[in-house]
Structures are given as structure tokens and as C-alpha cells.
Design a binder for this molecule. Structure first.
Ligand SMILES: Nc1ncnc2c1ncn2[C@@H]1O[C@H](COP(=O)(O)OP(=O)(O)OP(=O)(O)O)[C@@H](O)[C@H]1O
Ligand SMILES: [Mg+2]
Length: 232
């Protein structure tokens, strides 16, 4: 049985990591095996690339260098961690994935969409999350939440204008295929946001239930098993 790939997207401080924990706990309680992971990173090599990308440095990082490093980390993480877990029937919850590239490198840095499309197609083909949560919050509030956490990383050191472009970039991604997203108003309390996240997850689980039986034969074998005396 195939698993699920859930991505969490949104700018700094929108609550991705907080909600990832809550979602993971919820799904584990339902009996799923959950893999929590993040980008850039998620494997030892990709975490090394993360450190290269996020460490503030004197040297100017060319936007194409940045883009290539994000994709290098993504290929490693997707092939070594995400896809194998899905094949094992697990639920992968990933903090940031491809939409971050469109938000930060396209909308934020100004790399043309067709260039990112080409790299995305090369790196991950048409592999996409089953559901992407997009957390919406005004960038000022998000940055204030993130700032309370400590020293800014290289991306967080950008100007406010950059984060407004990022937020708009995320919405542009949403508009392209709204059905792939759970658009979440992240301005409420952690508990209020969680209710919205949970509601969307329940819908996904309900929608994917029938698809989880690959063939009619598989469904029939489950029915036979349930009708037998062999279960506790
Ligand atoms: N709904 C909320 N209301 C108020 N504070 C929140 C809320 N959700 C999260 N926080 C707090 O805001 C800070 C940032 O949250 P979190 O780390 O989950 O965001 P993030 O989207 O993962 O940020 P980043 O992109 O920087 O990793 C944390 O200190 C967290 O406890
Ligand atoms: Mg986070």
C-alpha cells in the first residue's frame, strides 16, 4: 500500500514546524508510521548543504548557485528518504519542499519560472505531494515570531520586501492548482491553527481511503480477512 506525502509551506514563523509536530502525533495515534523531515536537509549530505545555504556569510551567494544547491539537496532527500518511505506505506510530513523554491527563488530572487520548471522537471519529474499545507500569515507577524527564536539565518536576514514577495509567490503557486493545497489561516492561536490543519487532514484520509486498495482483488482479500475468524 502506498503512503502519503504531505508538505508544509509558508514563510518564516508561520507555524510549519509547530504544526508538523502536532500532525505527526495525531497520525501516529491513528496508527500510521510517520516520517517527519525537512528541507533543505533530511539526509546527512542534504543537511550539510543546508548548513552551506543558511549560514550567514560575507561572500555574495549567486542566485543560481543557491538554486542549484537547493535542488541538489532536494534530489538526495527525495530519492533517499521521501520516496522509499512512501513505498513502505508511511506518511511523510516534510517541512518545505518544491513550492519553497518557487516562492523564494522565483518570487523572492527573480529567477524566471521556466528556469525553475526545467530544473524541477529534471530533479523530481512529476512527483508531487499528495497535499501541501500553505500557512498564510502577514510577513511582519511571521518574522516577529521567528525572531523571538534567536539569531536570523542567511535567508531570514533578507529585507521585509523580500518576504512580501515570498508570500505573494506562495499564493501564485496556490492559484495554479488550489486542489493540491490546504490553505491555512495561520494568524490564530496554535490550537486554532491546528483545528484547521486537522480538518484538512481528515478530509485527505477520507478521500484517499478507497484509492488505498490498489486492486479489487486486494479489497476482496481484506473483506475475506475481516469475515474470517482470524482477527482479534
Ligand atoms: N499560532 C501561533 N501563534 C503564536 N505563536 C506561534 C504560533 N505557531 C507557532 N508559534 C511560535 O512562533 C515561532 C515560529 O513557529 P515555527 O517554528 O513553528 O514556524 P516555522 O514556520 O517552522 O518557521 P521557520 O520557517 O522559520 O522554520 C515559534 O516560537 C512558535 O512557538
Ligand atoms: Mg520551522
Amino acid at each position: 500500500m502506498k503512503g502519503l506525502f504531505i508538505a508544509l509551506e509558508g514563510s518564516e514563523g508561520t507555524g510549519k514546524s509547530t504544526q508538523r509536530e502536532l500532525l505527526s502525533k495525531y497520525l501516529k495515534e491513528k496508527g500510521f508510521t510517520v516520517v517527519q523531515t525537512r528541507e533543505p536537509g533530511g539526509t546527512p549530505l542534504a543537511e550539510d548543504i543546508r548548513a552551506m545555504l543558511l549560514t550567514p556569510r560575507e561572500e555574495h551567494v549567486h542566485k543560481k548557485t543557491e538554486l542549484a544547491l537547493f535542488f541538489a539537496a532536494r534530489v538526495q532527500h527525495t530519492e533517499m528518504v521521501i520516496k522509499p518511505a512512501i513505498e513502505r506505506g508511511e506518511i511523510v510530513i516534510c517541512d518545505r519542499w518544491l513550492d519553497s523554491t518557487y516562492a523564494y527563488q522565483l518570487a523572492g530572487r527573480g529567477i524566471p519560472r521556466n528556469e525553475i520548471d526545467k530544473l524541477a522537471s529534471w530533479a523530481v519529474g512529476d512527483f508531487r505531494p499528495d497535499l501541501t499545507y500553505l500557512f498564510r500569515l502577514d510577513p511582519e507577524t511571521g518574522m516577529a515570531r521567528a525572531a523571538a527564536r534567536g539569531k536570523p539565518d542567511r535567508m531570514e536576514g533578507e529585507m521585509m520586501d523580500f518576504f512580501h514577495r515570498v508570500a505573494d509567490g506562495y499564493m501564485a503557486q496556490y492559484e495554479l492548482a488550489p486542489e493540491r493545497y490546504g490553505l491555512i489561516d495561520a494568524a490564530g492561536t496554535i490550537g486554532e491553527v491546528w483545528e484547521l490543519v486537522k480538518e484538512r487532514m481528515d478530509k485527505l484520509l477520507e478521500d484517499t481511503k478507497p484509492k488505498r486498495f490498489k486492486t479489487l482483488e486486494e479489497l476482496k482479500s481484506v473483506v475475506r480477512f475481516l469475515q474470517s475468524e482470524n482477527w482479534p
